[in-house]
Design a protein around this ligand. Structure first.
Ligand SMILES: Nc1ncnc2c1ncn2[C@@H]1O[C@H](COP(=O)(O)OP(=O)(O)OP(=O)(O)O)[C@@H](O)[C@H]1O
Length: 390
C-alpha cells in the first residue's frame, strides 16, 4: 500500500501495520445499511456482508445493537483519532505551512449573503462563522499548503484516486454509457468540483469511488486499492476512509444530532470514551454546540447538513465525497456548508464535491472537472462552473 493519503512532507503514522484478516471482521452485521448512493445506484447494489459506518439510511429500529469491539486499524496507515487527541495539530501529520492566500475567501465573501432578513438563517450564518473563527477550529483543522497536485507529483505521492479508461454501462441503458473512458487523477489534499448537466455521470463517478457502483471496464484505484478486484468484505473498510455527504442529509430521523454522529463511531467499534469526547467536539466545530440534543426534524436544512458533515468527518477520513451537498439549501446556508468543506480541506482532507452551484464554483477557484455524457470534457486547475445548466 502506497502513501495515497499522505501529503508531501507528511510523516509516517504509527498504526499502519497490516490488519490480520480476522481483525478486519466487521463489528456488526447490518447488511441493510450498505446503501450509500442508494437512489442512483440501487440496481447495482451488491449485498455487503458487513456494516458500513457511512450508511445511515435505515430506520433506527432496524439497526441491531452494536457490540463493543476493539478498534480496527484501517487498510492504510491512516492516523487514528484515538491516537491523537482532537485538538492535536498532528491529527493528519500535517506540517505547519503558511496559510494560503485565499484561506479566508469565504469570510470576505460572506457579507452579501448576510443581507438575509430571516433570523434563523442569520443565526445559522453566525453559528458557522463563529465556529470557523474559533481558535479551537483552527488548531484542529490546521491549514495546509496550496498546489498539492504539483507538490505531490514532485514528491512522488501517489494519487488518492486513479481512474484509467473507466467505463460504466448500466444494464438498463446498454447503448448509453454513464461513464465513458474516464481518465482521472486526484491527489491527496485536493479540493475538486465535479460539474456537468443532470445525467452527465457525476453521481456515478462518485459511486465508483466508494465501490457502490462497479465499473464495467477500466481501472480504478482508491487509496491504492484496486476497486475492480477488491473483495466485498473489504469494501466497508475502504469506506471507513471516505466520509460521505449527500444532498438529502440522510440522518437517522429518530436519533438526536449527537446520536447520529455517535452512531458512525459506534458502527466501527470506537470505545465509549472516544465517542463521548469526539462527538461534542466535532459538533462544536460545525457550529452546533447548542443543538446536540435536537432531533433532525427540529433542525433546519442547513443545520441537518452540518450534522451530516460532522458525521462524515468524526472519524477523520482522509477523503470526503459530497454529492450535491448544498442542493437542498438556499444560497446563504450553502455558503456556510461550503465554508466548512473548505476548512476541512485545509486540514489535508481530499474533498470532492459534485454540484450545480455555479456561484460557489466560480467563487472558489478550485480544480473543476466537467462531465458531459460520461466523458471528462474539462479538467482545470482553477476553473469556473462553465456553461452547464442545473
Ligand atoms: N442505477 C441506474 N440504472 C440505470 N441507469 C442509471 C442508473 N444510475 C444512473 N443512471 C444513468 O446514468 C447516467 C448518469 O447518471 P448520474 O446520476 O450519474 O448523473 P448525474 O450527473 O449525477 O445527474 P444529476 O446531476 O441529475 O444528479 C444517466 O443517464 C442516468 O439515467
Amino acid at each position: 500500500m502506497g502513501n495515497h493519503f499522505r501529503k508531501p512532507g507528511d510523516e509516517q503514522v504509527a498504526n499502519g501495520a497490516p490488519v490480520p484478516e480476522a481483525a478486519t471482521a466487521s463489528p456488526v452485521s447490518v447488511d441493510e445499511t450498505g446503501d450509500l448512493f442508494s437512489q442512483a445506484a440501487a440496481p447495482e447494489q451488491a449485498a455487503q456482508p458487513v456494516a458500513d459506518p457511512f450508511a445511515y439510511a435505515p430506520a433506527p429500529e432496524q439497526v441491531p445493537a452494536v457490540p463493543e469491539v476493539p478498534s480496527v486499524p484501517s487498510l492504510d496507515a491512516v492516523p487514528s483519532p484515538d491516537a491523537a487527541p482532537a485538538a492535536d495539530q498532528s491529527l493528519f501529520s500535517i506540517p505547519s505551512p503558511a496559510e494560503p492566500a485565499h484561506a479566508d475567501v469565504f469570510m470576505t465573501q460572506a457579507a452579501p449573503a448576510l443581507d438575509s432578513s430571516d433570523e434563523s438563517e442569520q443565526r445559522q450564518i453566525d453559528d458557522v462563522n463563529e465556529a470557523l473563527t474559533s481558535p479551537d477550529f483552527t488548531s484542529v483543522f490546521a491549514p495546509v499548503q496550496e498546489s498539492r497536485k504539483q507538490m505531490a507529483r514532485e514528491a512522488g505521492v501517489e494519487p488518492v484516486i486513479l481512474m484509467e479508461h473507466l467505463t460504466k454501462i448500466y444494464a438498463a441503458q446498454p447503448n448509453k454509457p454513464a461513464l465513458d473512458d474516464v481518465n482521472l487523477e486526484i491527489y491527496p489534499g485536493e479540493f475538486v468540483f465535479l460539474v456537468g448537466h443532470s445525467g452527465s455521470g457525476k453521481t456515478t463517478l462518485l459511486s465508483t469511488m466508494i465501490r457502490d457502483v462497479k465499473p464495467t471496464s477500466g481501472r480504478i484505484l482508491v487509496a491504492g486499492q484496486d476497486l475492480m478486484r477488491i473483495k466485498n468484505r473489504k469494501v466497508p473498510f475502504l469506506r471507513r476512509q471516505i466520509g460521505a455527504v449527500f444532498q438529502d442529509f440522510r440522518l437517522l430521523p429518530n436519533k438526536t444530532a449527537y446520536e447520529n454522529v455517535a452512531f458512525a463511531l459506534e458502527c466501527i467499534g470506537k470505545p465509549k470514551a472516544v465517542i463521548r469526547s469526539q462527538v461534542p467536539e466535532v459538533l462544536r466545530l460545525v457550529g452546533l454546540a447548542d443543538q446536540m440534543d435536537s432531533m433532525p426534524d427540529q433542525l433546519s436544512g442547513g443545520e441537518q447538513q452540518r450534522v451530516a458533515v460532522a458525521r462524515a468527518m468524526v472519524n477523520r477520513p482522509p477523503l470526503l465525497i459530497c454529492d450535491e451537498p448544498t442542493g437542498n439549501l438556499d444560497p446563504a446556508i450553502s455558503l456556510g456548508i461550503m465554508k466548512l468543506l473548505e476548512r476541512i480541506n485545509r486540514t489535508g482532507t481530499t474533498v470532492i464535491v459534485a454540484t450545480h452551484d455555479r456561484e460557489m464554483v466560480d467563487s472558489m477557484h478550485r480544480r473543476v472537472i466537467a462531465l458531459e455524457a460520461g466523458h471528462i470534457v474539462r479538467d482545470q486547475e482553477r476553473g469556473g462552473y462553465g456553461n452547464y445548466g442545473a
